[in-house]
Design a protein around this ligand. Structure first.
Ligand code: HMG
Ligand code: MG
Length: 290
C-alpha cells in the first residue's frame, strides 16, 4: 500500500507526557518544553488540560502555562477540556483549539471522567457549541480503542460508534487512543476498518502508548491505511492516571526517525527533538526512552 508524502506529528508530551508525573514540575520547565517543541517544528503542541486539579494535580497550573508561553505563528497549542467549567477557563486562557475526551469502554469512561459514555456526550455538547461560537476547532479523543484496563478487549464496533458520534457532533479530527498500548497490528487493522466506514481517514489521528512495543508497527499500518496525523510524546513520556500499568506514549523521536527513513516529510528537526528529550528527561531525573 502507498505511504503518504507528508505526515503531521501531534505532540502531546506537555499534556499526556507530564500529566501522570507524581513529582512537581515547575511551570517554567513546562513552558520551556512547549517552546522548544514549537521551535523544533511541531505545528501542534498539546499544552495542558483544564481538568480538576484533584483528578490530575500536575495540570493545575494550566492557566499559568497558557499565559507564559510565547506563541509562535503557525503553531497551535490545544488543551483538553472535560466540561463547561474547563471550557470557560480554557477560553479565558486564550486556547485556540480544545479537545474533548471520550472512551470506547464504559469502565474507563467512569474512572477517567466519572460518567457513562452517553453522559459524556451530554457534557460535550455545550463545549462544542461554545467552541463553534468562537470558531475554535474541537478535537475528539477516543480512549481504549483496542483494550481497556477494566474491561479487556474492546469491539471495533464500539470504537466506531463513539468515533462517529464525536465526528457528527462537530469534532474536526478524531484521535484513536490505544491507551494501554496493547494493540497488535491485526487488532488495529480491524478497529481502523470499522472506524473508517464512519469517519474518513483524513479526519483520523493515531494515538499509541507503547506498553507492548507495537506502537511503530501500528503507526506504519495506519499510514498505509491513509491516516496522516500521529500523536506522540517527546522522550516517550506519558501514561494516564486512570490506566494503571500503561507505559508512555510512543516517543516523538522514534516516530520521526521512522517517518524520515520512510521518506515521509514532517517539517520537524529530529536533532532539536532529541535535545528537547534530553532537556525534559534531565528535569525528571531519567534517561529518554528513545
Ligand atoms: P466529576 O466528579 O464528575 O465532576 O469529575 P464534578 O462536577 O462533580 O466536580 C468534582 C470536583 O472537581 C469539584 O471539586 C469540582 O469543583 C472540580 P470539589 O467540590 O470536590 O472540590 N472540577 C473542576 N476543577 C477544575 N476544572 C474543572 C473542573 N471540573 C470539576 N474543569 C471531571 C469530572 C471530568 C471534572 C474529573 O473527573 C476530571 O477532571 N477528570 C480528569 C481526567 C483526566 O484528565 N484524565 C487524563 C486525560 S485523558 C487521557 O489521558 C487519554 C488520552 O491521552 C487518550 C488516550 O491515551 O487514550 C486523551
Ligand atoms: Mg494518551
Amino acid at each position: 500500500m502507498m505511504l503518504p508524502k507528508y505526515a503531521q506529528i501531534y505532540e502531546v508530551g506537555p499534556r499526556d507526557g507530564l500529566q501522570n508525573e507524581s513529582q512537581y514540575i515547575a511551570t517554567s520547565v513546562k513552558i520551556e518544553l512547549i517552546e522548544r517543541l514549537a521551535n523544533a517544528g511541531f505545528t501542534h503542541v498539546e499544552a495542558t488540560s483544564f481538568v480538576s486539579p484533584k483528578a490530575v494535580p500536575q495540570m493545575a497550573d494550566h492557566a499559568e502555562v497558557m499565559a507564559g508561553i510565547k506563541r509562535k505563528k503557525g503553531v497551535v497549542y490545544p488543551v483538553l477540556v472535560p466540561n463547561v467549567r474547563g471550557m470557560e477557563a480554557a477560553l479565558k486562557a486564550k486556547a485556540q483549539t480544545v479537545a474533548v475526551f471520550a472512551a470506547a469502554s464504559e469502565g474507563f469512561s467512569l474512572k477517567n471522567i466519572n460518567c457513562s459514555i452517553k453522559e459524556s456526550f451530554v457534557r460535550f455538547a455545550p463545549i462544542i457549541q461554545m467552541a463553534q461560537k468562537t470558531n475554535i476547532p474541537v478535537r475528539g479523543y477516543v480512549s481504549c480503542v483496542v483494550g481497556c484496563p477494566y474491561e479487556g478487549d474492546i469491539a471495533p464496533s464500539a470504537v466506531a460508534k463513539v468515533a462517529s458520534e464525536l465526528f457528527k457532533a462537530g469534532c474536526y479530527e478524531i484521535s484513536l487512543g490505544d491507551t494501554i498500548g496493547v494493540g497488535t497490528p491485526e487488532q488495529v487493522r480491524s478497529m481502523l476498518e470499522a472506524v473508517m466506514k464512519v469517519v474518513p481517514a483524513e479526519r483520523l489521528a493515531l494515538h499509541f502508548h507503547d506498553t507492548h512495543g507495537r506502537a511503530l508497527d501500528n503507526i506504519r499500518l495506519g499510514l498505509e491505511m491513509g491516516i496522516q496525523v500521529i500523536d506522540a510524546s517527546v522522550a516517550g513520556l506519558g501514561g494516564c492516571p486512570y490506566a494503571p500499568g500503561a507505559s508512555g506514549n510512543v516517543a516523538s523521536e522514534a516516530v520521526l526517525s521512522m517517518l524520515h527513513e520512510l521518506g515521509i516529510e514532517t517539517g520537524i528537526d529530529l536533532a532539536d527533538v532529541t535535545d528537547t528529550a534530553r532537556f525534559i528527561s534531565s528535569h525528571l531525573g531519567r534517561l529518554p526512552s528513545a
